[in-house]
Design a protein around this ligand. Structure first.
Ligand SMILES: Cc1cc2nc3c(=O)[nH]c(=O)nc-3n(C[C@H](O)[C@H](O)[C@H](O)COP(=O)(O)O)c2cc1C
Length: 351
C-alpha cells in the first residue's frame, strides 16, 4: 500500500536542499481554516477503514496539526445506521481540531447527515469529491461529482447549512488524463459555495493512487483561490512531504499512506523528532494501537481488524518471515500481543 514516489525527472532540485520560498511559513507554523486555528501545517489525510478516533489521536500525539476522519456515508448518518452513528462519529476530546469527512450525492441527505455529524463536535466538515472507487463513483459520489459541478456546489452548501460549520472539500484534479474538471470545480466551490479550504490531490481519478501528483497544477490552484490549499498525494516520507509543500506552494500537507505504521512522520515534519524510532518504540506503539482497538470494538472484532495494521509496523523493522506470518494470520488479540511483545524484546515467540 505504501508507495515510494521516485525522484521526478527534471525535478527542480534534490529533495530538501533548496532554499524555501522567502517569507513562506514553515510546516510547524499555525494557520487557520475559516475561524479554526490549526497549530501546524501537517495533517492526517482521510483514510477509509483506517482513520477512526484512535488513529487520528495517534497522529495528534505525534504532532499532527489536525486529522480528517475516514469517509463516512451521509446516508448511514441520515438513516441512523448503528455503527455509522456510534463508532464512526466517536471523537476523543484530545483530538481537536478534527474534521469529519462525509460522502454522498444527495443534498437533502447531506444536509441532514451534516447536522447529525455536527452533534459529535467536529471543528470542520470535509466533503469527499475524490474517491475513485467504482462502488462509490457509480452512486454519483466521490470523484464522480466532478462531472456534475452544480450538484457538487449544492452538496457543499447543504453540508454548511446542516452543520453550521465551515466546510472543506477534498478533491481530485480531474477524472481522466488531461482533464482539469477538479481544478475548475475547486475554484467554483470556494467562490460560489463558500468552501473554507481545498484538499487537493492532483492525480486524476483514473490514476487511483499511483503516478506522479501534479504539484505544478496545485500551485496554480493556490494562486487562484483565496482559502487554504492543502496538498495530498505522494507524501510517502517527510522528505517527499517537504518537497511537495515547496513545489505546490500549499498552505499545508496532508499525509496519507506515509503515516501508516509510521506516525513519527508527524514528529519529523513538525520538528519534534529527528531520529528514527527503534524496534522497541515501534512495537510499543503498535501495542498502544492494539489496546485502543480493543477498547473501541472489543477483543474479537479488534483481533480481526488489526490484521491489516501489522504489516505497516512490521515493514519498519526486520522480522523473521515465520513470525510475521503468524502475527498477520492470528485473529486472537491476546496471542497477537504476545507476538508483538516478543518482537519488541527480541525474542519472537512461535507456537
Ligand atoms: C487505504 C486508503 C484509503 C483512503 N480513504 C480516503 C477517504 O476516505 N477519503 C479521501 O478523501 N481520501 C481517501 N484516500 C486518499 C488519501 O487521503 C490520499 O489522498 C491518497 O492516499 C494520496 O496520498 P499519498 O500518495 O500520500 O498516499 C485513501 C487512500 C488510501 C490509500
Amino acid at each position: 500500500m505504501r508507495e515510494t514516489v521516485p525522484e521526478r525527472p527534471g525535478s527542480r532540485q534534490p529533495p530538501g536542499t533548496g532554499p524555501p520560498d522567502r517569507g513562506r511559513p514553515s510546516l510547524a507554523d499555525p494557520f487557520r481554516i475559516a475561524d479554526v486555528e490549526i497549530p501546524n501545517r501537517v495533517l492526517l489525510a482521510p483514510l477509509a477503514g483506517i482513520g477512526n478516533w484512535f488513529v487520528r489521536l495517534q497522529a495528534k500525539r505525534f504532532g499532527a496539526g489536525m486529522a480528517v476522519s475516514e469517509m463516512v456515508s451521509s446516508f448511514g448518518l441520515h438513516y441512523g445506521n448503528e455503527r455509522t452513528t456510534t463508532e464512526l462519529m466517536r471523537i476523543h476530546p484530545d483530538e481537536h481540531p478534527v474534521a469529519i469527512q462525509l460522502f454522498g450525492q444527495d443534498p437533502d441527505v447531506m444536509r441532514s447527515a451534516a447536522e447529525v455529524a455536527a452533534r459529535s463536535g467536529p471543528d470542520l466538515i470535509d466533503l469527499n469529491m475524490g474517491c475513485p472507487v467504482p462502488k462509490v463513483r457509480k452512486t454519483g459520489a466521490g470523484a464522480e461529482l466532478l462531472s456534475d459541478p452544480e450538484l457538487a456546489l449544492d452538496l457543499a452548501r447543504a453540508a454548511a447549512e446542516g452543520s453550521g460549520l465551515p466546510v472543506t472539500v477534498k478533491i481530485r484534479s480531474g477524472l481522466m488524463p488531461g482533464d482539469r474538471s477538479g481544478f475548475d470545480l475547486a475554484v467554483r466551490l470556494v467562490e460560489e459555495a463558500g468552501v473554507a479550504a481545498i484538499g487537493f490531490h492532483p492525480r486524476v481519478a483514473k490514476q487511483g493512487h499511483k503516478g506522479f501528483p501534479d504539484y505544478a497544477m496545485a500551485r496554480e490552484l493556490n494562486e487562484v483561490i483565496d482559502v487554504p490549499m492543502i496538498i495530498s498525494g505522494g507524501l510517502s516520507t517527510a522528505e517527499a512531504s517537504r518537497r511537495a509543500y515547496e513545489e505546490s506552494g500549499a498552505d499545508a500537507v496532508m499525509i496519507a499512506r506515509g503515516s501508516l505504521g509510521y506516525p513519527w512522520v508527524f514528529a519529523e515534519l513538525t520538528g519534534q523528532q529527528a531520529e528514527p524510532p527503534d524496534r522497541r518504540e515501534i512495537m510499543d506503539e503498535l501495542l498502544w494501537v492494539m489496546d485502543r482497538a480493543e477498547e473501541h470494538i472489543g477483543p474479537d472484532r479488534a483481533g480481526r481488524y488489526l490484521r491489516k495494521f501489522y504489516p505497516w509496523y512490521l515493514d519498519r523493522i526486520d522480522v523473521p518471515k515465520l513470525v510475521r506470518n503468524e502475527l498477520c494470520q492470528t485473529a486472537g488479540i491476546d496471542r497477537a500481543r504476545e507476538i508483538v511483545a516478543g518482537i519488541r524484546d527480541g525474542e519472537p515467540v512461535l507456537a
